[in-house]
Structure formats: C-alpha cells, structure tokens
Design a protein around this ligand. Structure first.
Ligand SMILES: Nc1ncnc2c1ncn2[C@@H]1O[C@H](COP(=O)(O)OP(=O)(O)OP(=O)(O)O)[C@@H](O)[C@H]1O
Length: 390
C-alpha cells in the first residue's frame, strides 16, 4: 500500500463534526510546531524506476528521518533513505548540500575506476515526496554510528587497538596499493574533494553493515562546505564572521568564536572525537560544561596544555598531534601522513600493532549487541546550531 493510499484510508468518513474540527486544529498546531509526517513499515515512495519500501525507521535527526528501505524489484538489497522536511527554507539546504557532496564523491570514484573513497556511502537515488512534504536521498546502508555502538550496543571502543584503528580510518588509511596513487579516505578524502565536513563527531561516523563492518564510514554532509573558490579553485579567503553551526561539544574553537573554518578545524574536531573514543569519561573535559563561551575557554585551555585530566585515558603522545594541529592556519593543508604514521607508531608502542587496518578491532562485538535496536532519541551531544546558509 502506498503512503498516499494509507493516508486516504485513514481519513474519517463523517467530516465536519466537532471532534473532527478539534482534531484538525490540533494537527495544524502540531504541524506549526514542526511535527513532521513519518513513514511506517511497508509504506512506499515511488520515484522513477524505484519503489522504495520502508522496513523500519533507523533514526531521526533535527531535520528529517532515516529509514531502512529496499526497492520492490530487489528485496535482498537494503538501503538507507534520508528525508528532509520541506518546512523552513534553510533546512532544505542541508539535503541539497549532502547530495552535492555525494555527487562529487561519485564522480571521484568513477574517475578513479571505482577505487578509493571507501569511507563514504554510495549515492543511489534522490527525489521528492508530496505526501510527506519532504525531499529524500537514498544511499547505501551502514551499521550503527560510533556513538550508537557505544551507547546502544555497549561496544567498548577504547579497547586495545580499537581507538587507534578508528582514529586512523576516520582520518586516512595507510596507502596499501602502489598503483592507486591517491587513496584518500574519510577526512582527508573529503578535503581532497574540496569540501569541509564541519560536524565531525562520533554520531557522524558509523561502522559498516555486514561484510563492510570493519570499515568506518563518514556520514552526514548536511553542513559541509567547499573551501575552494568556484572560479579560481584556489582556497577561499576567510569570511569576516560566520554564524555558529555544528555541535558545541565537538566544534572547533574557530567555529565557537564565529570565525570561518578551514581544513584544520575538521582536524581539530577529529581530535575531540578521538579523545572521546579513547576516554569516554574524561577525554572531553567540557562534557559537563554548558554555554558556548565557557566551553570555548576550556577548549582554549586544552590546546594550551592546561588540562591534564584530558590525558587520563588518552596516551600522552597525543600531545604531539594536538600541538601540530594547533600550529595550523586557516588555509593550511594538514599533513595527514604525519598524523597517520604517528598513530601507527603509537599503537605499536602501546603493544597493539595494527597489521591490517581493514580488520576493525570491534568486529564481532556488534553481533553480541546489547541494544534492542536503533531508534530516535535524545542525545547528549545533540547541540547543533543552525545553518549559516552558505
Ligand atoms: N546510510 C545510513 N545507513 C544507516 N544508518 C544511517 C545512515 N545515514 C544515517 N543513518 C542513521 O540515521 C540516524 C539519523 O541520522 P541523521 O544524519 O539524519 O541525523 P543526526 O546526525 O542524528 O542528526 P542531525 O543531522 O540533526 O545532527 C542516525 O542514527 C544515523 O546513524
């Protein structure tokens, strides 16, 4: 049954009654408040050659929902369908930006004969649903986010070589094939395509699904931005001031201060994420601090080396990477190989040599998952700001 049919069926037969009116008023009020229509299992969205059928809701973000779906022609392959409500002009930009970046990734993959860029999901379809008043994008399905792995499935991500493995995969992989000159992955891949992510955090990285479980995938390009001038293809000049957007806990100090971001800011957020993975208790000491200014001050202190507690569960050698990132400027191109090799050495020295980065150290843990499933819910790190409309 299509969503339209379902909605038609659920329409009451005796219109005009008082109850009907009050119900309509309530619905209108809810709609005004931004409540969006959701799909149920077996609802479908037709789009060109595809008929996307909902299996379940995977999760909800501030601007839309993500469903597990399959195309009716091939039930064996499942995908993720992400919606974005059409209420509100600015929110619409997020899916548009996301699709633009996915297209850039698809083009880069094609140019590289399908190689590289393995830390990104594949773009499959895009469209619009009038019934749901939303736009949507369909992409390959991945497993739970690193955040969900920890909190819903009870997977210990700070065990032995696992934090090093995640740190490396989320930044860049070691080049393993001489013939592929440029294997760019995750943060570095995205930068190589000319884009910043601007919302690096454990909720925006996920482990793969099924055979790709050992791979870390970067998700959600909704607030990404090109750092290249569209005409000259040179690095853009910094804008004078920028509205906050991102997640308070993981945002870079420049972002917190309304300063335009460069590649160094994604790497700064990546540092916060890595500290959080190494030590979920104390790695990010501003977890209990509220207010943008206060959090910014603690982050400043962290980079000034004044926060010793941050290294309780994080190897002290991370200070080298923190100092290196601190030395970067707005237009700097981060030295990813330096950071990667440093992480490999750190892992080795800690007694957890990584012989094969493609074997996620967490694999198997997910199979003994504690959580009952994946659904929407409040998240302590969900403190996103609004889009700055670029
Ligand atoms: N390709 C995908 N495969 C499987 N799950 C996905 C996929 N993309 C997103 N998800 C999951 O869907 C949920 C919602 O993701 P989404 O990016 O819309 O919102 P969010 O990041 O939680 O919120 P916001 O974008 O408002 O910060 C998350 O649990 C995310 O892990």
């Amino acid at each position: 049954m299509t969503l339209r049919e379902r909605l038609e069926r659920s329409r009451p037969s005796r219109a005009g009654s008082r109850e009907q009116k009050s119900r309509e008023q309530k619905t209108a009020k809810k709609k005004k408040k931004g409540e969006r229509k959701k799909m149920n299992p077996d609802d479908t969205i037709k789009n060109g050659p595809f008929t996307w059928k909902v299996v379940t809701l995977l999760g909800s973000g501030g601007f839309g929902d993500v469903y597990k779906v399959y195309d009716e022609k091939n039930k064996s392959k499942q995908y993720a369908l992400k919606t974005e409500s059409e209420d509100g002009k600015k929110t619409m930009l997020r899916l548009k930006v996301e699709v633009r970046i996915m297209m850039a990734i698809t083009a880069a993959r094609k140019a590289n004969h399908g190689n590289g860029n393995k830390h990104f999901v594949e773009f499959v379809d895009r469209g619009k649903s009038d019934d749901l008043s939303c736009k949507f994008v369909v992409m390959s399905l991945v497993g739970p986010s690193l955040d969900d792995c920890r909190r819903k499935y009870g997977v210990c991500l700070n065990d032995r070589s696992t934090p090093y493995n995640i740190a490396i995969q989320s930044l860049e992989d070691k080049q393993t094939n001489e013939q592929i000159k440029s294997i760019f992955q995750a943060v570095r891949d995205l930068h190589a395509l000319g884009y910043l992510h601007r919302d690096i955090k454990p909720a925006n990285f996920a482990v793969g699904f099924g055979p790709t479980e050992p791979t870390v995938f970067m998700l959600d390009f909704g607030i990404g931005r090109s750092f290249l001038d569209p005409t000259t293809k040179q690095h853009r000049a910094p804008r004078k001031s920028v509205k906050f957007l991102g997640t308070l806990r993981y945002a870079s100090r420049a972002c917190m201060k309304g300063i335009d971001q460069g590649r160094k800011d994604d790497v700064e957020c990546w540092i916060y994420m890595v500290f959080d993975i190494f030590d979920p208790e104390d790695g990010i000491v501003w977890k209990c601090v509220s207010g943008r200014d206060k959090i910014t001050r603690v982050k400043d202190d962290f980079f000034a080396g004044k926060i010793k507690e941050a290294y309780k569960g994080v190897p002290l050698n991370m200070k080298t990477i923190v100092s290196y990132v601190e030395s970067l400027r707005f237009q700097s191109a981060p030295d990813y190989p330096f950071m990667i090799n440093f992480l490999y050495t750190m892992s080795n020295n800690a007694g957890f040599p990584i012989n094969n980065i493609n074997t996620g150290a967490w694999v198997g843990n997910l199979k003994n998952k504690k959580g009952s499933g994946r659904s929407s819910g409040s998240r302590s790190d969900k403190l996103s700001g609004s889009s700055d409309g670029d």
